[in-house]
Design a protein around this ligand. Structure first.
Ligand code: ADP
Ligand code: ASP
Ligand code: MG
Length: 462
């Protein structure tokens, strides 16, 4: 059994859905390869739903027109994909969903409330609509699919927007469901629910994770992530012209590359697959015969010392420093503790061995909050002059140079620093995990594009 997943970019229009269904028929149904298939919302729909929710919340009257446009675009897709005589039954299937969506958006407008809980409920319509439409279309193409709302099976805590999966109940639910349902399951990506059956989501890009959760629960032979590029590339192709697809990467490399910005796969996706040692393949919907990239324990090709370079374009650096920090135990623990308490996601940490300062890279929108809570935590030390004012520097980016073989290859950091130095790009902070899988650099944002291209040329050999 295989778990396939097609992202929003693969289902951006009726023509693209056609292509996907042809791939499913030609490569799987006709060859009697057993599979289930996860879909994301149609391209751009999740963003649009968030925008409409916000418009209603701000009492902007155009929310209604925007909502109508979104509804029309779904009708247009399903009508294009199916013969005219099927249009009334397509409308019958979709209308209840649109009524429910209109009701919740109108509710937001009336009560002027848009909590993370409500937003998750609103965005869940993206995947519910795309899967309803694709399921309906497959039925009319001689397939016998069945719509599966995965939010019924994937159970999470109530961290709306980025919920944590309870694998024990989720795995049990999935296994039980598949004992009773033998038809091809068309599964909604991204959405899940709490014990109280409130809709949650797995984080932006989370449909990849849905595929891996199902893959692990069902002991799949393979998880295939179908997207709009030839696999995991050595860098983001929108930023580095010479980026090229890698034949294979390890789970850890994929995790590092995606954690540091390679959007092609959502970082948590690797965990359930790794636990069961299930291979993930990244394939291109628009170039289906290309082999793509394997994510597995063993590499197909160990030619590459550095596998890739990725970046988080916008970060802030929080600098905590002071003579009073030297040799004092517990400072770092308190610092990370207070940030964790306020849900500040730390992207990178560096501490000079003098212990005089600690730098943390964080998302820019959390800069002011971080400064405030750190200064509160260290109020007494600041009064004594042991710790100085907490500084937040903005307009910075992080670049990560990733590869497992770097740990056995001396001189990679040297090449990295030399290439940047020669081009007068200043490195503001450096971090290297003890696993030596990743060298991370903080630089000024306006140097990002130049730095990525220079590094790609300096350390990645095709
Ligand atoms: P999907 O809609 O299929 O989930 P995404 O937009 O989430 O697709 O991810 C695919 C995109 O990720 C590609 O179009 C590409 O622009 C971007 N990307 C960023 N970094 C990389 C990388 N290292 N390799 C491949 N794609 C990357
Ligand atoms: N539709 C969701 C998003 O846009 C999930 C996904 O595409 O993976 O984030
Ligand atoms: Mg994605």
């Amino acid at each position: 059994m295989r778990v396939l997943k097609f992202g929003g970019s693969s289902v951006g229009s009726a023509e693209r859905v056609d292509k996907v269904i042809a791939i499913l028929q030609n490569r799987y149904t006709r060859k009697q390869v057993k599979f289930v298939v996860v879909f994301s919302a149609f391209q751009g729909v999740t963003d649009k739903l968030i925008e409409i929710g916000k418009l209603a919340f701000q009492r902007k009257h155009n929310y209604k027109a925007e909502l109508e446009k979104l509804i029309d675009s779904h009708y247009e897709t399903v009508f294009k994909l199916n013969p005219v005589k099927k249009h009334p039954s397509a409308a019958d299937e979709l209308e209840p969903l649109f009524d429910e969506l209109k009701e919740v958006i109108h509710g937001v407008y009336l009560v002027k409330e848009l909590s993370a809980r409500t937003l998750d409920y609103i965005v869940s319509f993206g995947e519910r609509l795309s899967c309803t439409i694709i399921n309906f279309t497959m039925q009319n193409r001689g397939m016998s699919p069945e719509y599966l709302d995965a939010s019924r099976l994937i159970k999470t805590d109530d961290s709306f927007g980025n919920a944590r999966v309870d694998f024990k109940s989720t795995n049990k639910n999935i296994v039980n469901h598949f004992k009773k349902h033998k038809r091809l399951q068309v599964i909604t990506g991204f959405i899940s629910s709490t014990v109280q059956n409130e809709i949650t989501t797995l984080g932006r890009g989370g449909s990849d994770y849905t595929a891996s959760i199902f893959g692990a629960a069902l002991n799949a032979d393979l998880i295939e992530i179908w997207t709009d590029v030839d696999g995991i590339l050595t860098a983001d192709p929108r930023k580095v012209k010479n980026a090229f697809p890698l034949p294979s990467v390890t789970y850890e490399e994929a995790m590092e590359l995606s954690h540091f910005g390679a959007k092609v796969i959502y970082p948590p996706t690797m965990l359930p697959a790794l636990q069961k040692k299930i291979k993930i393949v990244i394939k291109n919907t628009f170039n289906p015969d290309f082999e793509g990239t394997d994510i597995a324990v063993k590499e197909k090709d160990s030619r590459f010392t550095v596998k890739g370079i990725s970046s988080i374009d916008d970060i802030s650096l929080v600098r905590v420093q002071g003579g009073g920090m030297i040799g004092v135990t517990g400072i770092a623990a308190r610092l990370f503790g207070v940030l964790a308490e306020h849900n500040v996601n730390i992207i990178l940490i560096t501490q000079a061995s003098s212990e005089h300062s600690i730098c943390l890279a964080i998302p820019p929108k959390l800069g002011a909050l971080s400064k405030k809570v750190i200064e509160e935590e260290f109020r007494l030390e600041m009064l004594d002059g042991k710790i100085g004012e907490v500084k937040v520097e903005n307009d910075l980016s992080v670049i990560a140079v990733v590869g497992e073989h770097m740990r056995h290859t001396p001189g990679i950091s040297g090449k990295v620093f030399q290439a940047l130095g020669k081009n007068k790009i200043n490195i503001i902070a450096i971090a290297q995990g003890s696993s030596e899988l990743n060298i991370s650099l903080v630089i000024e944002k306006n140097n990002l594009s130049k730095a990525l291209n220079i590094l790609h040329k300096a350390v990645i050999k095709n």
